[in-house]
Design a protein around this ligand. Structure first.
Ligand code: BGC
Length: 761
């Protein structure tokens, strides 16, 4: 409080500009007056300090700060810190900035809150499979509340990189392959984090990343180059970033990758022309970690000074841990290579963010130990995480209705991911504590109580690939393989399976096998686990395969042999509870894939909204576009997911055969739950523009609805299309609609649909 008073006094008396009251939302002009006045008092060094974002380090005891960075904060050479959290720790750092620097400018505190802060939600790819945008917004709201209660005011999320290549480990962090759904999800995260007023003590500023096209790295290899036509950018990859900007995201993080020869971080077209001039983005741009010095490796700058110049001129305003701006910008200004006005503009954007976050009114507005105690991992938050976890599960296969299981008899739970808490929270689980996560085994035990006998066997290590293991452990994996040989483990598992009525096999990836710097060329379940699965399969016992993984996998053998498969991703803190809820039918699965599961790695990229070619694939005709050894279609397509009940779609009814611009087309379909359980269906609407100025995909998603139906219930659902929904980028990149025939499809996935058509006049 002492320092707040000092701050108010400072701004009130010294600057002559009143800081708006604690509760009062100041007008934009007051904000600009305040910020501009502040800038007018800053030295060039102080300005450049605001553009410097430094990391806090993570020790076993929690976050710590290097001595030289503490000195930087004290000297006003730092505008924000990331990886620092915890009210007491954040307060200490904020006090240094506010009390010791000449102008008392508070710090930003950023962190990778990707799928929850302490209450960990499913990985974003999993949560996307809920198609529950309101739920995702609420999850982001909860994450914001916890993050803010932990002293943070800025999160490096949402990650909206559209991706069609599951070899890339970071598909785990995004929403999948579709621009329409991806855009709605991007918006939901931004709204959830930022709430209604950034100054509220339970909101944080969002940072959309990684701008742009990071999801298209060549061959799915991390940090690789991106080479893409403008058309593909605008049709597919850019819309989710744009949606985040339109939703008012406060900051943008530039991507590591190059785009058509120019790294994103030095890309003027991307960071200035598109982002600011075309999209009217008003916040600030931060680079990704060390991305400015990396421009040297890219081969676009000879040294860090040149890299700083290129990045800054392109529009990168804050340097994340590159220590490039702090060392070089001053000289560049003195040499006349960068104008001080340009520096002022970057500083202005950052100070405005701080202002909007309410930090000038109260630099400690989020820091409250009592609130952290009350808010973090409170029962309501855990309950919601469990709900989102259930909704994220995708039932891939359920032959002879093996699922749901009865809570009786003997159930064997086998596999390296069964008795595993650590992996359940997945990659990028921020400040999440895996000790608090519920393992699948625990979830199952709690669900059945003493109604059924539960047996357990490890069966296999997560992988026997020593090189993979070494890499996982080098970066926090902490995996301790069993001292038993693979054969002994399998023997034990087979013996356990033989004693059971049904076997739940918990297989997949370790959390570290997806996420950043976790590309895999082979995206099967690791080989030793597949051997285990085959050995248990040979017992003839019915098997439910419960998969935990961060990406679409190749599941050809599993899909052909195993009767029931549940894709559970990494579901977060409540993983085990949610999985048990679904296994035993206390919750009916409703998730639908947002990324295709390839038939084979050689099929990648495989995505539903592809184009037709001049010779569409036909297995019976030689000269067509196809593979000789596998189908063209993925094993499990976009939008796919089963339920314990069954839904039937009636024929499509269009209210008119011809749509006039300015008018609305209503598409109605009767959906019936004709199974024997209540359930939620995600009904999807796709269209195809049959003939257009530029070739169009065979289907594009244009709408969806989550529909709950009681068993036996029918409901007519309605979708609406207007001419605006039918716009395409023409040969001149004009976004417009054209008259012609359109097909419209509605169904429970992108493959199995009802079809009709209409004409746009
Ligand atoms: C990642 C970003 C992340 C940043 C800060 C980078 O390596 O690419 O997604 O926000 O680190 O932790």
């Amino acid at each position: 409080m002492r320092s707040i008073l000092r701050l108010l006094l400072f701004f009130g008396l010294i600057s002559g500009i009143a800081v708006p009251g604690f509760c009062q939302q100041a007008s934009d002009s007051a904000m600009y007056a305040f910020v501009n006045h502040l800038i007018s008092q800053m030295t060039l060094d102080e300005k450049i300090g605001q553009l410097n974002l430094l990391t806090s380090d993570m020790a076993v005891t929690g976050p710590t700060m290097r001595k030289e960075y503490l000195d930087d904060i004290q000297a006003g050479r730092c505008g924000g810190i990331f990886n620092a959290f915890g009210p007491a720790y954040v307060r200490k750092l904020q006090e240094i900035a506010v009390d010791s620097t000449r102008l008392h400018i508070p710090l930003l505190f950023g962190f990778d809150v990707i799928h929850g802060h302490k209450t960990i939600f499913p990985i974003p790819l999993g949560m996307a499979c809920s198609w529950d945008t309101a739920g995702i917004e609420q999850a982001a709201r909860i994450a914001a509340t916890e993050a803010a209660a932990d002293g943070l005011n800025w999160v490096f999320s949402p990650m909206v990189d559209l991706a069609r290549d599951p070899r890339w480990g970071r598909v785990a962090e995004g929403a999948g392959e579709d621009p329409y759904l991806g855009s709605l999800i991007a918006r939901a995260y931004v709204k959830g984090y930022q709430g209604n007023n950034l100054a509220d003590s339970n909101t944080v500023m969002a940072c959309v990343k990684h701008y742009a096209l990071y999801g298209a790295v060549e061959a799915g290899r991390e940090y690789n180059i991106v080479d893409m036509s403008r058309r593909r950018m605008f049709e597919d990859y850019l819309p989710p970033y744009k949606a985040a900007i339109d939703a008012g995201v406060g900051s943008v993080m530039s991507a590591f990758n190059e785009i058509n020869g120019v790294p994103a971080t030095a890309n003027h077209w991307l960071l200035t022309e598109l982002l600011r001039q075309q999209w009217h983005f008003k916040g600030f741009v931060v680079t990704d970690y060390d991305a400015i010095p990396e421009l040297i490796n890219h081969g676009i700058a000879a040294d860090t000074a040149e890299a700083s110049k290129l990045a800054f001129q392109a529009g990168a305003e804050m340097d994340m841990q590159g220590l490039a701006y702090i060392h070089h910008l001053k000289t560049l200004v003195e040499e006349g290579q960068i104008s001080e006005d340009a520096i002022d503009q970057a500083v202005r954007d950052i100070l405005i963010a701080k202002y909007k976050l309410g930090l000038f009114q109260n630099p400690y507005n989020r820091i409250d130990e009592g609130r952290a105690q009350r808010e973090i991992m409170s029962p309501d938050k855990l309950a919601f995480a469990r709900q989102m976890a259930r909704e994220s599960i995708v039932l891939l296969k359920n032959e002879h209705q093996l699922l749901p299981l009865k809570k009786s008899g003997t159930i064997a739970v086998i596999g390296p991911l069964a008795n595993d808490q650590r992996d359940m929270i997945g990659c990028w689980s921020g400040a999440g504590d895996w000790h608090k996560a519920v393992s699948i085994l625990q979830g199952i035990r709690e669900a059945v109580g003493n109604q059924a006998k539960i047996l357990y066997a490890l069966g296999a290590n997560i992988t026997d690939d020593t090189s993979m293991l070494r890499q996982l452990n080098a970066f926090g994996g902490d995996i301790h393989p069993s001292p038993l040989s693979p054969q002994q483990l399998i023997r034990e598992a087979v013996a356990t399976a033989r004693k059971a009525d049904v076997v739940v096999m918990c297989l997949g990836e370790s959390a570290g096998m997806s996420g950043e710097a976790a590309s895999r060329a082979d995206i099967h379940i690791p080989e030793n686990q597949r051997e285990l699965l085959k050995a248990v399969y040979a017992t003839g016992k019915p098997i439910v395969l419960v998969l935990s993984n961060g990406r679409p996998l190749v599941l050809k053998w599993e899909g052909e042999h195993i009767p029931a498969i549940l894709e559970t991703w990494f579901l977060g803190t409540e993983a085990g509870h949610a999985i048990a809820d679904v296994l035993f039918g206390d919750s009916n699965p409703s998730g639908k894939l947002t990324m295709s599961f390839p038939y084979a790695v050689g099929q990648i990229p495989v995505y539903y909204n592809h184009k037709n070619t001049g010779r569409p694939g036909n297995p019976n005709v030689k000269w067509t576009s196809k593979y000789m050894d596998i189908p063209n279609d993925p094993l499990y397509p976009f939008g796919y997911g089963l339920s314990y009940t069954h839904f039937t779609y009636g024929p499509l009814q269009l209210d008119k055969p011809v749509l006039m611009p300015g008018d609305k087309l209503h598409i109605r379909v009767t959906l019936t739950n004709d199974g024997d359980r209540d359930g939620t269906e995600i009904a999807q609407l796709y269209i195809r523009d049959r003939v257009a100025d530029v070739t169009q995909p065979v289907k594009v998603l244009k709408g969806f609805q989550r529909v709950f139906l009681k068993k036996g219930e029918s409901k007519t659902i309605e979708f609406t299309l207007t001419a605006d929904d039918l716009r395409i980028y023409d040969q001149h990149m004009q976004y417009r609609y054209e008259p012609g025939v359109f097909d419209v499809y509605v169904g429970g996935n992108s493959r199995d649909v009802q079809q009709a058509s209409f004409v746009l006049k």
